[in-house]
Ligand binder design. Sequence first.
Ligand SMILES: Cc1cc2nc3c(=O)[nH]c(=O)nc-3n(C[C@H](O)[C@H](O)[C@H](O)COP(=O)(O)O)c2cc1C
Length: 356
Amino acid sequence: MKQQGTAGLHRPILNGKVNFPLCLAPMVGLTHVALRELMREYLPHEAFTIWPTEMLNSRRIPSENLEKTPETLRAPHENGLVPQILGNEEVPIAESVKRLIEWGAEAIDINMGCPVQKALKHNYGVALMGDPSYAAEVVRMTVKNSSIPVSVKIRAVGSTKEFDELLSFVMGLRNSGASWVCLHPRTAAQKRRGSADWEQIKQLHRAVDFPIIGNGDIQTAEDALLMLQETGCDMAMAGRGLAARPWMMWQLGETLGFAPPLGKEGQKAPRTPEDEGAEYGKCLLKLIALSRKYFGEDLAMRKVRFYVRTTSVWLVFGNALYGVCAKAKTTEEMEAGVRKFFEGPVEMSPRTELRQ
Ligand SMILES: Cc1cc2nc3c(=O)[nH]c(=O)nc-3n(C[C@H](O)[C@H](O)[C@H](O)COP(=O)(O)O)c2cc1C
C-alpha cells in the first residue's frame, strides 16, 4: 500500500523513486553496511527510501578499494545508496563521484554541516557555509562531474532571524544544481546538543520549490510524523534516534498505511517501553553478528561498542549494557553478556536528552 495522507514527499526525491518519508542520517562510525542491513528488515514492504554512508573524504576515495574499505562496504542487494562526500577541489571530487557511481550510488550528498576541527582546517564541512559563493562552486563542480543527482546537507546559520542568510545560501546551492537540501537546524556551536529549531525547516520548505529534508532530534516515529506535518518537509532524516530504534521505520509505515516489512506480515510494530526494550536486545544481537560478518572480530567490537554508547541512552540502565559490551573480549562474549542483560524486562524510553 502506498503512503496515505499528507506526510512528506510533496516534491519528488530521486525522480519520484522514494515513496517513504523517513531515512537514516549519515553518521561516522554508525552509518555502515551492518546497521543499514539491520534497519532494512524494518522498512515496510514496497517502501523505498535513501540510504547514506558516513562522510567520505574525497581526497581518499580515488585511491581506496571501495569494496573493502569498512566505510564503503555495501551489500549486493542495497538500493537507494546516497554516499556522502567531504570535499572542495574539483579533481578529487570528480574522481570520487565517478568511483562512487561505479560502486552503485544513486545520488551524491555533499557534507556542509560537519563542525569538527579537521574539516574546518581543510575548509570543508560547515566551513563552506561561511563562504556561500565557494559552497555554490563546490556544488557546481560536483554536478558537472555527476550523472546522478547531487544533494547537500547543511546546518542552521543561527536563529530564525538570520533566515534570509540561510535562504540565500540554499538558493546558491540550488542554482548550482543541487537536487535537494537537508537542513539540520542546530548551529555549528550547538554541535548535536540542545533542541533543533524545526521552525527553520518549515520556513525553508515554504520559501523554495524543491525538496527539503528535515533533520534533528527525531527520537520516535511520532516525532518523525510531527516534523513532516509541522514543517511540511518532504522527508524526515533521523540519526541517533533511528539507530537506536530501527523499527521506527515499521512504526511510521504502520501509521502511514504501508504494509508491514517482509517476514512481519500479521505482526504489529513494538510500541510499549517493554516491547521496545526487548526489540533493542534482538537488534543488538543481530548487529553484532552482522558487524562480525562484514568487519571481522576487532573492528566489529569497536563499532558495536560505539553503537551501544550512542544508543543505550534510551534504555533504563543503558550504561550497564555499555559496561557489558566494553568488558567483553570477543564478540561471542559480547553476545553472551547482551543475552543475559535482556533476560529480564528492559524498558526503553521514548525520549531522552541528547548530549553527544
Ligand atoms: C556519531 C555521529 C556522527 C555523525 N557523522 C556525520 C557525518 O558523517 N555526516 C553528517 O552530515 N552528519 C553527521 N552527523 C550528524 C547527523 O547526520 C545528524 O545531523 C545529527 O545527529 C542530528 O540528527 P539526530 O538528532 O537525529 O541525531 C553525525 C552525528 C553523530 C551522532
